[in-house]
Structure formats: structure tokens, C-alpha cells
Design a protein around this ligand. Structure first.
Ligand code: AMP
Length: 584
């Protein structure tokens, strides 16, 4: 077992690598682009843009267009249907990853190669080292990190298409590294039935509670869901622990086998202890009580995931909440070098050896509020980003993405040596809009954060939200869905009409000038707030999972576009509140 000194050594080695990477960020980015062009300039896709045959940076910048997924989809489809992947990139394709950015969005197929995958894994390894060092985690500690797999799909040409977490969980890299740190047996992670997998992973975590030093998942939405599962199943979990028998609905052979080695005998003392903790009316600090040695919670809590921060802080009872990294199926971008920073204030340091990055300046008028306009013709290099400026990230990879818009808006918050650090701001194009108004994901988050403050003195918590632009009547209006709970119980709070109407007003007051003037002029109707019953957002998650989203990578859409999704939340609505007809 590795002790303190081994971890220190790993950390010191890592710091040397990090210093090297970040001090030479600009040169490494140039080399990265040269390498990508050297390998791929002859592909059918790229060669069109280098008629003179000179595939250098200058020609790349002038000739190669900035694209979205739609632009490269014809090439992806050709590969999926049997043509060679060398039409797009030179290295052999391993398979596709299925990604959606936001889970309400269209599913995309992103090609990967062995090298692009390994570079990405190295990135998460570095993020892991930073966290372990920060929290002095020794090799004896285990992580209760919830991972779930989805069935793979096959393209007509026989290539596999899976979610990133599924692909990663099946890889040798995972088996020989992180899997050893995870308390969940690999069989429970590979089980394709979410309920059986979740039950067994939690049961393992409870049976070995003294080893657990980290509670985590890729995205915070999954942790919120896991705690809800625990609320629903703790009695049955205790019963398994008390009797030493696994529930008979666990029929997955891998889970059954793995659990037979862990759940070996009755343990009534442990069952009593867990029962006592879970019987408490308030679940404040429940994570710390169930797993007393936990040092941190690791889960991405930035962007649309920030809505789960208050809930996870409440259940965590003071355990630090860490967003380790910023990554997507397309590429890995940055890691969090300050795990102890406020979860609302996390910045990611970009690593220059993963892909070639460019940044499209994004104008956010009015001091960061609303009106997003892009000057898409002039992207800048990593070396030229400016402090405080907003950018949309554009990526060029070894696996067939050239000047590809990822769709995320970031803000430069500082530099680590010569590498920029970014805060994740929002997904591009996620907007509420009725008229000329444009209310972005970040605007909405800020407005709701202001409004929910008036619920706090009543012991009411907002556990999830989203929205849509309702244009079914004229003039249209913004509709918000809120799921609320009492702090000290799971009961639905009594909803005071006056207070809820005040919430509507505060949200509207927090929006930008354009919204307010259109609203005052009567072009937008008063905002509507629909409070939904507990579990409605889980139903929404189940709906998107049934449509192909991965639970491990679930990102709740902030702004609903799907009629079916709106219907689900409408059917859970228990109270409707409106802003006054006219806005003062
Ligand atoms: P997917 O490839 O489907 O898992 O989605 C990747 C997307 O998840 C990114 O483009 C971001 O929009 C979002 N995402 C990933 N990491 C973060 C992060 N640290 N903070 C906020 N959003 C993130």
C-alpha cells in the first residue's frame, strides 16, 4: 500500500509536469497544432482547405472553417456507415462516444482514438492527484464514486458507440488505476440496470463505511439522485445488512457474485447505526454521518450543475465540495488546481497538450448580463486570451475535430504560469426568449439565486429548477419550474401566495433591461412559477435517460424545448404563481 511519502512523491512529480506544461503552454499549443496538421492534412476533410498543399498554421487559420457538429455530421455518418475513418483523421478509430452536451440536446457521435482517449485519461489522473494531495488521501482510503454504464450501440459499420463513462469503465486504464480506489466492485459498475447497480454500490459503501474517504460522481445531478435513492431505499439496505441476505430482486449475475463476497454475514449493529442516522427527520449532514471518514465530495458542480450546490452542501454537512475538472466527450479542457475554492467560484486551468484550443470572443453587454453576441470571425489562441473576457471554446483534436465549436461559454479568471484559467459560464444558445429578449443560463441562475433567498427564513430549499418560453398565448411569458423541499423534512412546503409572487417579481427584477422594458411595454406577460411535487425532476431525468441520455453524464436542460418534458413537469405541478399583470 502506498503511504504518505509515495503520494508526496507522485504529487511532486506531477507538480514538475504541471509547471512544465503551463510554463510552455504557448509553445506546446503550437506543437500540438503542427502535429495534428502533420498527421491529418492529407485527409479528405482537411486537404480541401490546403489547395497549395501547405498545411501550416497560417493557412489553417485562414482556410479551415469554424464548424459545429452539423457541419461534420456527414463525415461522421459516412464513417458510421462503413467508410474508412481516414476520410476525417489519420489515426485508427477506436470507436464513437455518444455525447449530448446537455441531456435535452441531440445525441452526437464523437470519434476517439487510443491516443486521444489516453490523453484525456491522463488529464483526469492529474486532477485526481491534486485532490488526493489536498485532502491527504492515502491508498487505504476508498472512494464511493458512482459510475453507471449504458448498453453500447453499434453503427451499421460495426463500430461501437457508447457513453464516455461506459467506455471508460470498461477500459484497462480504469481497471488498472481508478477501479482500485473505488469501493464498488467493477461488476456493480458494469451492471446495465441502474437500480440494481445503485443499490449494490450503496450497499457496498455502507458495509465498508469506515474505508470511504470520498463520495462522488461525474456530475452533481447524479449525486442528488443518489441521495434521493438512499431516502427511498435505506430501510431495505439496512435489512440486507441486518440479515446478511441480498434483496431477491438483485438478479444481475455480476452484482450477485460481487455482493456475495461483501455481504457475508448479518451485521445488526451496523444496521442499527445506519437506521438511527436515517431515521432522523432532517437529513442535514447525512453524508458525513453515514461515512464519518469522508474528506471531500467530488462532482462537477459548475454551470447548470450549480443548482445542486446548496443541496449537496446541506447533505454534506460541511464536507468540501470539489469540481475536479472540465471535460467533454470531444476533449478534456482543464483541471481545478484549487480544490478548496468556493464551489461557485471554481476555475479550470487549461492543459496545453490535450488538443489545440481557440477562443471566440463573446460579448456580454451590461456588465455580464444578457445580450450575448458573438464576433465569430476572430478567434484568438490560448496565448492571447484576456483576463475577464468571455469566450466560446473551439477545439482541434487528433481525432477528427477541426475548429469545432463545443458550445460552452467561459470567462478568463486568471493564469497559472502561462496557461489561462477559466470559469465555466454557460452553454451557448440556451436562452429564454419571447421577443427581442435573450435570457441566458447564467442570467436565469443569477435571478433565481436572488429570488430563492426569501424562502430561506421559512426553512424552504430549492432543490432543482428549469424553465421554458411559453408562446402558446400572446404575449408569451417565461415559465419556471421549481422543486422545493423543507430543510428539516421531505414534506412539500406550505406555499404562501404572497411570498411566491414575490419570488416571481424578484426573478423578473433581476433580468436585464431589454426583458424589463418589453415586459413593461406589454410585449411579454408576467412570469409564471410552477412548483412541482418531490420527485418530478427525477421523472424528467428518467425521461431523458429513456431517450438515450446517460445517467452518469446527465445534465439537466435549463431551458426545456421538448413538449414531452414540459408535460412531465406540468403533471407534477402542485401550485402556480404569477407576477402581477403590470411590472412596476
Ligand atoms: P458530454 O460530452 O455529453 O458529457 O457533455 C460535455 C459537456 O458537459 C460540456 O461541453 C459542458 O457543457 C458540460 N461540462 C463538462 N464539464 C463541466 C464543468 N466542469 N462545468 C460545467 N459544465 C461542464
Amino acid at each position: 500500500m502506498a503511504g504518505e511519502s509515495e503520494i508526496k512523491e507522485t504529487y511532486q512529480n506531477f507538480m514538475k509536469i504541471l509547471e512544465d506544461l503551463t510554463n510552455n503552454a504557448h509553445e506546446l499549443q503550437e506543437q500540438m497544432l503542427e502535429e495534428i496538421l502533420r498527421r491529418n492534412a492529407g485527409t479528405e476533410y482537411l486537404s480541401r482547405f490546403f489547395p497549395s498543399g501547405q498545411a501550416d498554421k497560417q493557412n489553417f487559420k485562414t482556410n479551415v472553417p469554424i464548424v459545429t457538429y452539423e457541419d461534420i455530421k456527414p463525415y461522421i455518418d459516412r464513417i458510421a456507415n462503413g467508410e474508412t475513418s481516414s476520410i476525417l483523421f489519420a489515426d485508427p478509430i477506436s470507436q464513437f462516444l455518444r455525447s449530448s452536451g446537455t441531456s435535452g440536446g441531440q445525441q452526437k457521435l464523437i470519434p476517439i482514438t487510443t491516443e486521444s482517449f489516453e490523453r484525456g485519461c491522463y488529464h483526469s489522473f492529474l486532477a485526481d492527484v491534486v485532490m488526493k494531495k489536498c485532502f491527504s488521501v492515502s491508498d487505504e482510503g476508498r472512494s464511493l464514486s458512482l459510475y453507471f454504464c449504458k448498453p453500447d450501440m453499434e453503427t451499421p459499420s460495426g463500430l461501437v458507440a457508447s457513453s464516455y463513462v461506459t467506455f471508460y469503465s470498461k477500459s484497462n486504464i480504469f481497471k488498472t488505476s481508478l477501479a482500485k480506489f473505488c469501493i464498488s466492485p467493477i461488476e456493480t459498475i458494469l451492471c446495465l440496470d441502474i437500480k440494481q447497480s445503485m443499490f449494490c454500490q450503496l450497499l457496498t459503501g455502507l458495509l465498508q463505511r469506515d474505508k470511504v474517504v470520498l463520495f462522488g460522481s461525474t456530475f452533481a445531478s447524479l449525486l442528488a439522485r443518489t441521495i434521493k435513492f438512499l431516502e427511498d431505499y435505506w430501510r431495505e439496505l439496512c435489512c440486507n445488512i441486518r440479515t446478511g441476505y441480498l434483496s431477491d430482486w438483485i438478479i444481475d449475475p455480476g452484482c450477485k457474485n460481487a455482493m456475495s463476497l461483501i455481504l457475508t454475514m448479518p451485521n445488526p449493529e451496523l444496521a442499527d447505526l445506519i437506521q438511527q442516522i436515517c431515521e432522523d427527520k432532517s437529513w442535514e449532514g447525512v453524508i458525513k454521518k453515514l461515512w464519518p471518514k469522508i474528506k471531500y465530495i467530488s462532482s462537477i458542480c459548475t454551470g447548470s450543475m450549480s443548482q445542486y450546490i446548496p443541496l449537496l452542501e446541506f447533505y454534506g454537512g460541511g464536507i468540501p465540495l470539489v469540481s475536479p475538472s472540465y471535460a467533454s466527450s470531444e476533449a478534456c479542457f482543464g483541471i481545478n488546481l484549487k480544490p478548496l475554492s468556493n464551489p461557485f467560484d471554481v476555475s479550470y486551468t487549461f492543459l496545453p497538450n490535450i488538443a489545440y484550443f481557440e477562443f471566440l470572443p463573446v460579448n456580454k453587454d451590461g456588465g455580464g448580463k444578457a445580450q450575448v453576441t458573438r464576433t465569430i470571425d476572430k478567434p484568438v489562441d490560448l496565448a492571447n486570451v484576456k483576463l475577464g473576457q468571455y469566450y466560446e471554446v473551439v477545439v482541434t483534436t487528433l481525432a477528427g475535430l477541426y475548429r469545432y465549436r463545443v458550445g460552452d461559454v467561459l470567462r478568463v479568471t486568471g493564469f497559472y504560469n502561462k496557461s489561462p484559467q477559466f470559469q465555466f459560464v454557460e452553454r451557448q444558445n440556451v436562452v429564454l426568449s419571447i421577443d427581442a429578449d435573450k435570457t441566458t443560463e447564467e442570467d436565469l441562475w443569477k435571478a433565481i439565486t436572488n429570488a430563492k433567498l426569501i424562502l430561506e427564513p421559512f426553512g424552504v430549499m430549492l432543490t432543482a429548477y428549469n424553465s421554458y418560453s411559453d408562446i402558446s398565448s400572446t404575449p408569451g411569458r417565461y415559465v419556471l419550474f421549481w422543486e422545493l423541499k423543507m430543510k428539516d423534512s421531505n414534506d412539500l412546503p406550505k406555499l404562501d401566495v404572497k411570498i411566491m409572487e414575490q419570488c416571481c417579481c424578484i426573478v423578473e427584477e433581476s433580468f436585464d433591461f431589454t426583458y424589463k422594458s418589453l415586459r413593461k411595454g406589454g410585449a411579454i406577460s408576467g412570469l409564471e412559477l410552477r412548483v412541482v411535487k418531490r420527485g418530478s425532476f427525477d421523472e424528467l431525468m428518467d425521461f431523458y435517460i429513456s431517450k438515450g441520455a446517460s445517467i452518469s453524464q446527465y445534465k439537466p436542460p435549463c431551458c426545456l424545448k421538448s413538449e414531452e418534458a414540459i408535460k412531465i413537469l406540468n403533471s407534477g405541478t402542485v401550485g402556480k404563481f404569477f407576477s402581477p399583470k403590470t411590472m412596476s
